[in-house]
Design a protein around this ligand. Structure first.
Ligand code: ADP
Ligand code: MG
Length: 324
């Protein structure tokens, strides 16, 4: 039997990452595979350089959305939103987008108009220019790939890799059940929130919650050198949709909050003093859910102090049975 540690989407991404040759000294790449955005040092050495953020996400009919149910406008909104969420995860400012589509031949133009309206809604709100793309039609289902380019602020991009033992773990909103009422189609990119928090305090590490808290916090801990975390069960903010999902499937709302994907809230770690300051000054909604530990592994602490391990059970495209 294959070792589960070496299979799955994240093992494959790790393999791709390891295939990358060593970069020449004049490479612009500051951060490559492994974070929410890549960071390119554009114009390095010219005295007018800036850190460019790049992120891309592909959405497929039948996997990330059902075109028949939501219509093309909802798809365009989601495609732009999930990318903007990755810019938020670096505390960056989005600037431009390119869009590649494979349109179903039958309704190609009508679908393209709907996609555009949905993307434009978010592009207008965040002042993103649509600067290019690629248009194809075929007999297959709708596929859309949006790539967003953004800019790090003068405070620098926030990485997944900066968490430290003793850090407080915060999230920007309630979690779980995003499928129950279609909230997964309407991501609210936390761009303004990330910038406000970053201005108010030094964020050590940050990620957007696309695959689920248990998996995405795991990425922060792994990238930060194999750290662990203790989460307070009663402190995790649970979305009303998670309770709705519980009524449907009997799985506890806390489990939904820990493992469901596509909340698109931010999960960040900061020093304890910074957490105090942030929770008092409230630059954005913030919930303290636990702390980072030296020892690897994520644990859930109940009010009586008892801890149980939390497995990363968020979304993985290559795991059998992971159907949406
Ligand atoms: P996110 O959920 O933030 O979009 P992913 O989990 O999709 O991030 O990807 C994790 C990291 O792996 C990112 O840095 C992403 O750019 C990179 N990545 C994913 N798929 C590939 C691929 N096929 N080739 C190169 N890099 C990839
Ligand atoms: Mg992300």
């Amino acid at each position: 039997m294959a070792d589960p540690g070496t299979t799955g989407e994240f093992a494959l991404i790790d393999w791709i990452r390891r295939q990358e040759p060593e970069r020449p000294v004049d490479s612009w790449t500051r951060v490559g595979i492994g974070d929410d955005c890549a960071i390119l040092a554009v114009g390095e050495g010219t005295g007018a350089g800036c850190d460019l953020l790049i992120t891309t996400d592909m959405l497929m009919d039948g996997r990330h959305f059902h075109l028949e149910q939501g219509g093309p406008e909802a798809v365009g909104f989601k495609a732009m939103g999930v990318n903007l969420s990755d810019i938020a995860a670096m505390a960056g400012i989005p600037r431009a987008a390119v869009v590649a589509v494979a349109l179903p031949r039958a309704n190609a133009v009508e679908i393209a108009h709907g996609l555009h309206a949905g993307m434009r809604a978010l592009a207008d709100r965040f002042a993103v220019d649509l600067v290019g793309g690629d248009t194809n039609a075929w007999d297959g289902p709708l596929v859309i790939t949006v790539t967003v380019l953004g800019q790090a602020t003068v405070r620098g991009a926030v990485r997944r890799s900066g968490a430290r033992p003793g850090d407080v773990i915060l999230v920007t909103g309630a979690l779980g059940g995003s499928l129950a009422a279609g909230r997964h189609l309407k991501p609210e990119p936390r761009i303004a929130e990330a910038l406000a928090i970053h201005r108010a305090a030094d964020i050590h590490a940050m990620i957007d919650l696309s695959d689920g808290l248990s998996s995405d916090l795991g990425h922060i801990l792994a990238e930060s050198g194999g750290l662990g975390a203790v989460l307070d069960a009663v402190a995790i903010p649970i979305h009303p949709d998670a309770h709705e999902q519980t009524r449907r499937d009997g799985v506890s709302a806390l489990e939904h909050a820990l493992h469901d994907g596509e909340d698109f809230e931010l999960c960040l770690t900061v020093a304890p003093e910074a957490a105090e300051r942030l929770l008092a000054a409230h630059p954005a909604p913030l919930y303290r859910i636990g702390e980072v530990t030296d020892a690897a592994g994520v644990f859930l602490r109940s009010p009586d102090g008892h801890t149980t391990p939390v497995e990363p059970r968020g979304f993985d495209h290559l795991r059998a049975g992971n159907e949406r």
